[in-house]
Design a binder for this molecule. Structure first.
Ligand code: GLN
Length: 485
């Protein structure tokens, strides 16, 4: 059963080939035997999962099932879940049990999915390798000595290893797409505002966006259908109808205009990755698309801009963890200052502290104009670059990441090298655009991802383009050795 995609599982459930309880038990058993090698799960919710599966079976028997009824999934541990610990990969929230569900959690539950647990991630979603998690690194199922990417590394590895058919992720600067690329799965970062952020623990509020991670574009369409839409509880969610994503999957690609931003193919791009991206683009030409050269002249500024804006927002968002209201509190504080200092000093890891320091500095009165204001101005130029490109083309394509998965520990001592793994993904968040990553081949036995970027609210087109490719290519069907059967 674990070999099937969400769409195939839904069909099997409806035809009574197996029940949701059987499917849930089979995947829980797989998690028990295999997750020790990978460390994808922070929490497994066995009992509530079986109860939800029984409910789903009852609904299936009554003929009241939707496309996700009875499908097991897991949530990135950044989404609040009522009664189930939400750690955000941090010691700070190791003991935190939210009193409510995030909107995404609630919607996926209402759609009938069965929650199997909470997935490991970089601490507060800050990272590109899952090595900043308080719960230890996640390993990439394609090669356990390499990282799965981050920050949604637990989600990507669990889907790639077929422990679950689909998961949620969040993407502030690439955290859905880059791990999807490293683990050979499909991951979609929606337009900012398409999916509610309510109950999704904030890192950088103007950049964060939740989205689906699964093996195929078709499965991502099914998950996004449940996740997307206006939420009165999130003032940045957009009141705009949600299209039928599944219905849009089959559209013809004849005449599709693909732009290749020349800045995505310069120095630093692994030649093997470049070749596989070119091969994938050639496949789209066979499907009737035409390819044009475009330019995003401010691309080179996106990483420096991001590392002012994201830390600035995080320093503000993470001020709430003070040891008083919730989260970690140090032992026997001497006085209030000691309580703050030691609770934050002991509760946060090194990367989170680095970001808080950078952000506080950039926002301080003497430096605000020089850093934060300047970064926001350049952010506008980056957005304008994309809008000029989308006047000429329908989608942009390029690599998701300049390299395949790197080795554990290889970049953890060098923050700049780590930050550069998101060089092709970060601009998309600064502009608020939707983008997805799909697997398009292997280099040294590790997956390579193609990034497809769309204009605002063009998720249906992105899924359509990815789905047509996945009908002529089968990279997304390959499983890592040791996790296939
Ligand atoms: N790797 C980037 C960072 O560390 C992006 C993380 C994310 O998208 N959550 O900030």
């Amino acid at each position: 059963m674990h070999r099937k995609t969400i769409a195939e599982l839904a069909q099997g459930l409806r035809r009574r080939e197996f029940s949701s309880v059987e499917l849930t038990e089979a995947l829980l058993a797989r998690i028990r035997t295999l997750d020790g090698q990978l460390n994808c799960f922070v929490t497994v919710t066995e009992d509530t999962a079986l109860a939800a599966a029984r409910d789903a079976d009852a609904r299936l028997a009554r003929g009241e099932a939707g496309p996700l009824t009875g499908i097991p999934i897991a949530q990135k541990d950044i989404f609040c879940t009522e009664g189930i610990r939400t750690s955000c990969g941090s010691r700070m929230l190791d003991n935190f049990v939210a009193p409510y569900d995030a909107t995404v959690v609630e919607r996926l539950r209402q759609a009938g999915t069965v929650l199997l647990g909470k997935l490991n991630m970089d601490e507060f979603a800050m990272g590109s390798s899952n090595e900043t998690s308080y719960y230890g690194p996640v390993r990439n199922p394609w090669d356990p000595d390499t990282v799965p990417g981050g920050s949604s590394g637990g989600s990507a590895a669990a889907v790639a290893a077929r422990l679950i058919p689909g998961a949620t992720g969040t993407d502030t600067g690439g955290s859905i797409r880059q791990p999807a690329s490293f683990c050979g799965i499909t991951g979609l970062k929606p337009t900012y505002g398409r999916v509610s952020r309510w109950g999704m623990i904030a890192f950088a509020s103007s950049l964060d966006q939740g989205g689906p991670m699964a093996r195929s574009a078709e499965d991502c369409a099914l998950l996004l259908q449940a996740m997307a839409g206006f939420d009165p509880k999130d003032s940045t969610s957009v009141e705009r109808p949600v299209p039928d994503y599944a219905a849009a999957l089959e559209g013809e690609l004849a005449g599709l205009r693909i732009g290749l931003p020349r800045e995505f193919f310069g120095d630093g791009l692994d030649p093997d990755v470049a070749r596989l991206i070119q091969d994938a683009v050639a496949e789209f030409e066979k499907l009737g698309a035409q390819v044009l050269d475009v330019s995003l002249p401010h691309m080179a500024l996106s990483v420096p801009v991001y590392y002012v804006v994201a830390p600035a927002e995080c320093s503000s968002n993470l001020a709430r963890y003070d040891g008083v209201r919730f989260g970690y509190r140090c032992q026997d504080p001497k006085d209030l200052a000691d309580l703050y200092l030691r609770s934050r000093g002991e509760g946060f890891g090194a990367e989170v502290k680095r970001r808080i320091l950078i952000g506080t500095y950039a926002l301080s009165a003497g430096y605000y104009d020089a850093y934060y204001l300047k970064a926001q101005q350049i952010r506008r130029l980056i957005r304008d670059d994309f809008q000029r490109a989308f006047a000429e083309v329908d989608v942009l394509m390029g690599p998701t990441s300049p390299t395949v998965a790197f080795r554990l520990g290889e970049r953890s001592a060098d923050p700049i090298a780590m930050y550069l793994s998101d060089i092709y993904t970060i601009a998309v968040n600064l502009a608020g655009l939707p983008a997805l990553s799909i697997p398009v081949g292997f280099s040294r036995q590790l997956p390579v991802g193609l990034q497809i970027i769309g204009n605002y609210f063009d998720e249906a087109r992105l899924l359509n383009v990815a789905h047509r490719y996945q009908q002529v290519a089968d990279w997304h069907r390959q499983a890592p050795a040791g996790f296939a059967d």
